[in-house]
Ligand binder design. Structure first.
Ligand SMILES: [Zn+2]
Length: 207
């Protein structure tokens, strides 16, 4: 799924916590909401190094989030609530990746059996493809479904940020496939010696 879908999933988690615990930092401060959005984005910072493995921890993030949630309940401050939401959103991201497509550069072909790596199980979890690939039309639907309650509850800059995320998602969905086709054309046109020097992860599917 798109990074923005994951970020919006984090935001909606924070919004839910704010609704369930009115008066808590999740409702009164924008920091936990921002922390949740960042936690939703965080695992994909491994895009250039061991994607969906280096920073994706479906089991360990969940355990850490449960621990942080206990701390936040025992000592509710903006920081403890924000930390718990960051970890919960990162856990949700890692788990959600199993529902999307595989790791290949043209994931709509459905050739990869690697969705996300579980360090706990020491193996790759296979893609369920409920959302066939990041940037698929159904990915946008999921992003909008997460954004809707957030837009309803939030206001000001937080609400504007959610709407901006939806706009970015829409653009990404529009260029997702053309982008890969253009890359394919560029790789085809490049001299083979040059292609050999590019990181394998970005070109192997195009050769
Ligand atoms: Zn991911």
């Amino acid at each position: 799924m798109m990074a923005t879908t994951h970020a919006l999933a984090g935001v909606v988690l924070a919004v839910l916590v704010g609704v369930v615990f009115p008066g808590s930092a999740a409702e009164t401060s924008v920091i936990p909401v921002a922390a949740a959005a960042l936690g939703g984005l965080f695992p994909d910072f491994d895009l250039y190094a061991g994607h969906r493995r280096t920073l994706h921890f479906p089991v360990y993030f969940s355990v850490a989030a449960a621990g942080a949630a206990l701390v936040a309940v025992a000592t509710p401050t903006t920081i403890t609530v924000a930390a718990a939401l960051f970890l919960a959103a990162a856990a949700l991201h890692s788990a959600m990746d199993a529902l999307g497509g595989g790791l290949e550069l043209k994931p709509w072909l459905g050739t990869s059996e690697r969705a996300v790596y579980s360090h706990y199980h020491r193996r790759w979890i296979r893609p369920r493809r409920w959302v066939r690939y990041d940037g698929a039309p159904e990915d946008l639907l999921v992003a909008i479904a997460f954004a809707a309650p957030a837009v309803y509850v939030l206001d000001g800059p937080a609400q504007a940020a959610v709407l901006a995320a939806v706009a970015v998602s829409t653009l990404y969905v529009l260029v997702r496939k053309p982008m890969v086709l253009v890359t394919q054309k560029i790789v085809d046109a490049l001299p083979p010696q040059f292609v050999d020097r590019l990181p394998a992860r970005f070109v192997e599917d195009f050769q």
